[in-house]
Design a binder for this molecule. Structure first.
Ligand code: BGC
Length: 791
């Protein structure tokens, strides 16, 4: 047992019930309650994940106002594309140092939800569509942050894969899919990096809010995976504080000015909440605060060095999607740079992760500095940076600039207003103005390169037009310089896609039920997410998972697979047979050709990134343990391997398999048959079979309850009147004048979709939960009367 935990237990044993209840809720938006008489300090937590967002004002949790400056590292989508855990660990350590320098004890990240649909508004904050890759990257980030004596926080646990009504939607997902896709990343990260904290999500999972799920928070997280830290709520995610403590939710964040205290006391008095359960939660809060008082790590921050690290990480996560040989670019002649993003880059996403950067590199400045007098650089705006729209005059300018130039570089992508925490994207297209700008440039000059700044996949019907496409994602504050490094070949593009780019959103099975119904989302596609779908269905992605070109040519030869005590050791020789230095990612997939349980065509089970100078080779070994072959057995409720033949596929993307070997796995167990959706989206019957239960009814709006949303209130006349007052009140605290489009949209979504209980929780004691209940009763009475009157 940790020394701090033993001390925490002793301290808690001396506290009164009231004190313990006080302890298990935050003090305010970002800090915990102290226990002064025992020297237990109040500690500070902040967002995360790709930079320290220490908010200047204590009550601003969605980042409307500026935070203290900190390095804005590349967002998780870019970091995920590096496939380089060592580099992520380095970034994590830098985040840890900046946290320490700002007296931050826990950094709220990494986020590792699975990208179930490319339109997920917060996909930029997550690593991948694949749980193995997500788990490995998250573990590396946690190790890095915690190496500096600062806690990390895995979020958002669990099955929070859309923003639409994220605070109340019920994710209906079968047990096998939950385990194999949505929990595995968390499991890997917990087991491999022992994070200090985990954050539960807002949503419900199979009918139960995550904060009160004993199954998720205790049975799986602690008893099965061995998590020994603290679980905190997402901000205002607590749906029932007493039940949440029973379930294993230790800390309510932010504090709710004692909104729940009376109910927690009553639950304790009635025996529903035991003293042991309350003590456990309080002990973990004290333990966390004591753990944070260490002298590990450093608080010395060299902003210039961190900026350089951010630049290196951005280039390492930049994915070269297509290239007819135009890249790397010669530094001669005239270069037309097109698109407002070249001067006003999009380099991070909106919402709680928004960092106030220490500096921002723009692509055009970086390019000009790098080419010096060797080339001339002209600029044409192309489109409006905020709206993404264009007009004829701007397009004429683009055509003229493109015609005169030897080469054109168009920066396009998604404006802030398109992707953010709080809402999902309505479609996967670029703004019309960006598409028109690309078309104008490419028609005027066939030496046109498109560089994309966006946080998630887009549809690219125009992909055959440009001579090269570079996916730079949201590269953080040094993203502009990193893009110039890559385009000029000073650094080889190091990224490989950690997600599939579908040809069209309608190809994606999850599209049938994504961000559609406020109350429920059904994961009828089961395991068929991302490449698991594309490769099983034979529906090609435009750019497959794992894809990424570079400026040299790699060979993977001499595959050998050796049986070891733990499983198999897979070895391949990687040779850089091309003219330049670069890096290759060896990807190891496992395929089960015959299985009693339905399985995707192949699944990623190992990878390794190597950097090689031209003409050199390196042997790369990837180890596969038993789990690499296992499925979640829905009857035994454990991981089981069905003995028989398995194929081990090694290659450079999920569709670029260079070699394969078949192994006969002898040890294993009988696996219970499980059936998936035969046509990739389950029919009612198939979904019932997957769930092992009836498909739950969509919860009705009436009668109202604490989980009803402001939007629900619109069902009745009195409700509408109250909703209008609430929206107006919330709006008063909002800085409409200075907020940008995405912040406004996020604010709107938050107000519409927040459960009523949050009003009491955030009211600073002005509205108690008991008063809220009376109000709800009144609303229900008037709606019943109205209903009767309607006859
Ligand atoms: C987000 C979390 C974040 C928290 C605090 C929530 O709305 O979902 O990711 O850490 O706010 O800002």
């Amino acid at each position: 047992m940790r020394d701090t935990y033993a001390r925490a237990e002793k301290i808690v044993s001396t506290l009164s019930t009231d004190d313990k209840i006080r302890l298990v809720s935050g003090k305010d938006a970002w800090t915990t309650e102290p226990v002064d008489e025992h020297g237990v300090p109040s500690i500070l937590v902040t967002d995360g994940p790709h930079g320290v967002r220490k908010q200047a004002s204590a009550d601003d949790h969605i980042g409307i106002n500026d935070a203290v400056p900190a390095t804005c590292f590349p967002t998780a989508v870019t970091l995920g594309s590096t496939w380089d855990p060592d580099l992520i660990e380095e970034v994590g350590a830098a985040l840890g140092r900046e946290s320490r320098a700002n007296d931050v004890s826990v950094l709220l990240g990494p986020g590792l939800n699975i990208k179930r649909h490319p339109a997920g508004g917060r996909n930029f904050e997550y690593f991948s569509e694949d749980p193995f890759l997500s788990g490995k990257m998250a573990a590396a980030m946690v190790r890095g942050i915690q190496s500096q004596g600062v806690g990390a926080c895995l979020k958002h646990y669990a099955a929070n894969n859309q923003e639409f009504f994220r605070m109340s939607v019920d994710t209906v997902v079968d047990n096998r899919t939950l385990r194999e896709l949505y929990l595995t990343g968390f499991e890997i990260a917990v087991k491999e990096s022992q994070p200090w904290t985990v954050m539960c999500s807002y949503n419900k999972v199979n009918g139960e809010h995550a904060d009160i799920s004993r199954d998720l928070l205790t049975d799986i997280l602690r008893d099965e995976w061995g998590f020994d830290g603290l679980v905190m709520s997402d901000w205002f995610a607590v749906s029932d504080r007493a039940l949440a403590i029973c379930a294993g939710l230790d800390l309510e964040m932010p504090g709710s000015s004692g909104a729940w205290d009376a109910e927690v006391k009553a639950a304790h008095a009635s025996g529903l909440l035991t003293t042991a359960e309350l003590d456990l939660a309080a002990t973990r809060v004290v333990d966390l605060a004591l753990r944070a008082q260490n002298d590990t790590g450093s608080s010395q921050v060299d902003p210039a060095a961190h900026h350089e690290l951010a630049r290196r990480a951005a280039a390492a996560g930049t994915v070269l999607l297509t290239n007819d040989g135009i890249l790397p670019l010669e530094r001669t002649g005239s270069i037309a740079v097109v698109g407002s993003f070249a001067k006003k880059p999009r380099y991070q996403g909106a919402g709680s992760s928004l960092v106030t950067p220490t500096q921002v590199d723009t692509f055009i400045d970086a390019l000009r500095a790098a080419v010096g007098d060797a080339a001339t650089v002209h600029y044409a705006q192309g489109y409006d940076v905020a709206t993404g729209e264009t007009e004829e005059a701007l397009l004429t300018e683009v055509r003229e600039a493109a015609r005169k130039a030897d080469v054109v570089i168009v920066l396009a992508g998604l404006p802030d207003s398109y992707e953010s925490e709080g809402f999902d994207r309505d479609h996967l297209r670029l703004p019309d103005g960006h598409i028109a700008t690309i078309a104008a440039a490419a028609e005027a000059n066939d030496r046109t390169v498109v560089a994309l700044l966006n946080g998630a996949p887009i549809e690219m019907p125009w992909a055959d037009g440009p001579a090269a496409i570079v996916e730079a994602y949201l590269g953080g504050q040094a993203g502009g310089a990193a893009l110039a490094d890559v385009i000029l070949g000073d650094v080889a593009p190091g990224g490989r896609l950690a997600e599939s780019f579908p040809v069209s959103a309608s190809d994606v099975p999850a599209d049938r039920d994504f961000a559609r119904h406020p109350k429920q989302v059904q994961y009828r596609e089961g395991l068929y997410v991302g490449y698991r779908f594309h490769d099983s269905a034979g529906v090609p992605a435009r750019f497959p998972f794992g894809h990424g070109l570079t400026y040299t040519a790699f060979e993977q030869t001499g595959l050998t697979v050796r049986k070891t005590k733990e499983g198999y050791s897979v070895t391949v020789t990687v040779t850089n047979a091309g003219p330049r230095a670069g890096s290759e990612v060896v990807q190891v997939y496992v395929r089960d050709p015959e299985s009693i349980a339905y399985r995707p065509e192949k699944e990623l089970k190992g990878f390794a990134k190597v950097h090689l100078e031209p003409g050199t080779s390196q042997k790369v070994t990837v180890r596969l343990d038993r789990r690499a072959f296992a499925v979640w057995d829905i009857r035994a409720q454990e991981w089981r391997v069905e003995p028989g033949a398995f194929e081990i596929l090694v290659g450079a993307s999920s569709t670029d398999i260079r070699a394969r070997r078949t192994v006969a796995v002898a040890e294993g167990e009988a696996v219970f048959p499980s059936h998936g959706p035969s046509a990739f989206v389950a029919t009612d019957d198939e979904f019932r079979t997957m769930l092992g239960a009836d498909i739950p009814e969509v919860p009705s709006v009436l009668p109202y309850h604490r989980d009803s949303t402001t939007e629900d209130l619109h069902e009745t006349a009195t409700g509408r009147a109250i909703a209008a007052i609430m929206t107006q009140e919330a709006g008063k605290q909002f800085d409409w004048e200075h907020a940008d489009a995405s912040t406004k949209r996020m604010f709107d979504a938050n107000v519409r979709t927040a459960p009523l209980r949050q009003i009491a929780m955030s009211s600073e004691s002005r509205l108690s939960l008991a008063s809220l209940d009376r109000l709800i009763k009144l609303l229900n009475a008037t709606s019943a009367k109205a209903w009767r009157a309607r006859g």
